[in-house]
Design a binder for this molecule. Structure first.
Ligand code: PEP
Ligand code: MN
Length: 361
């Protein structure tokens, strides 16, 4: 695809750098919406987000207050002068939001994954090409699907268009709720250099404690801004409470961020360091998974009175790894060292299990 894609979209320069959009995961009540908005406005935030129609994994979860929340967002606009943003997932959401006067609509990861839904939303948006639209990445790391969704919105006449990187869903236990895979937004930027890209560290990290570092990483790589969940009482939030922070906590984070010059990947070094950190996290997760399996094997060995170390099995693993490593241009001595450290730790953990079980018996 050429860099002429989405040629004449507007930049978000007027909204400040970094552009920050904050607000609760869900609008829950008029009081919660207004309290949070006033507190955010006080710390200098001028774009407020709140989800009204919530795409939840389980049907038993809180699915949002729906259309009645539109009035609360418009009240935020009147009382604070902030711009307001909400998520749309169907043409009905788009129509109702546009009619109410919502300034910014974002399309969530689950919706972006479905081209039919995206096209219907784009058609509904075409009646008001002045609205600002932000397109989150699809759940799966498919850059063409993401670009396809952006193109559908662009083809509907929208020129105030941006992307939000919120990470990608993966199976199993991981450090982050959604894996950052920074190489994908970097590639999006390479293909469409003038497209504003925000980072959503809340959905990416899934936990409050990760917001500062993910935000800083995004800014170091030259993202244009941040999209952060903030709630006046996060512990009582009806959705995503573990990743929401108070407006005061958000203020502390914003004040601690190092703001770099505008522009994506301003320094190659920052980018490469992020990619290295990503690899290290993946390594850690894979090692943890391997140790977990190893402990399960330890329990089986104990039950069946098998010995812990099987030299033949270890040698065959090692030879296979050296052979595969060779295809990946890896030094065999290095592979031996790594595999021997992993094997040693596996054996240590299995012996620990045997001892523990022995003590319990
Ligand atoms: C959200 O921003 O509230 C949301 C539902 O996000 P995502 O689509 O990234 O899961
Ligand atoms: Mn959320």
């Amino acid at each position: 695809m050429s860099s002429k894609l989405l040629q004449d979209i507007e930049t978000f320069e007027d909204y400040g750098h970094p552009l920050i959009i904050a607000g609760p995961c869900s609008a829950e009540s008029k009081e919660q919406v207004l309290t949070t908005a006033h507190e955010l406005n006080k710390i200098g935030i001028n774009i407020f987000r709140a989800g009204l129609w919530k795409p939840r994994t389980l049907p038993s979860s809180f699915e949002g207050v729906g259309q009645q929340g539109l009035e609360w967002l418009i009240e935020v606009k009147h009382q604070t002068g902030m711009r307001v943003a909400t998520e749309v997932a169907t043409p009905l959401h788009v129509e109702a939001s546009l009619k109410a006067g919502i300034d910014i609509l974002w399309i969530g990861a689950r919706t972006v994954t479905n081209p039919f839904a995206m096209q219907e939303i784009a058609d509904a948006l075409s009646v008001n090409p002045d609205v600002i639209v932000l397109v989150k990445n699809p759940i799966n790391p498919d850059i063409d699907l993401w670009i396809g969704a952006l193109l559908r919105v662009y083809n509907a006449g929208i020129r105030k268009l941006g992307a939000i990187h919120r990470g990608f869903s993966t199976y199993g236990n991981h450090i982050f709720r959604n894996s950052p895979q920074w190489n994908i937004p970097i590639e999006l930027h390479r293909r469409i250099p003038h497209l504003p890209i925000l980072c959503d560290p809340s959905h990416m990290g899934g936990k409050r404690e990760y917001i500062p570092t993910l935000s800083q990483s995004a800014l170091d790589m030259g993202f244009n801004g941040l999209f952060i969940e903030s709630h006046c009482n996060p512990d009582k939030a009806l959705s995503d409470k573990e990743q929401q922070i108070t407006p005061n906590q958000l203020n502390t984070i914003i004040n601690s961020l190092v703001i770099r010059e505008k522009g994506f990947a301003t320094t190659e070094l920052n980018l490469l360091r992020e990619l290295i950190d990503q690899c290290d996290n993946e390594l850690l997760e894979v090692l943890a998974r391997r140790m977990h399996i190893s402990r399960q094997i330890g329990t089986l060995k104990k039950d069946h009175k098998l010995q812990v170390v099987h030299t033949d099995r270890y040698n065959s693993i090692l030879n296979k790894m050296i052979e595969q490593g060779d295809k990946l241009q890896m030094n065999p001595e290095f592979i031996k060292k790594v595999m021997s450290a992993i094997h040693e730790e596996s054996v240590r953990q299995q012996i620990q299990i045997l001892n523990k079980n022995d003590k319990n018996n």
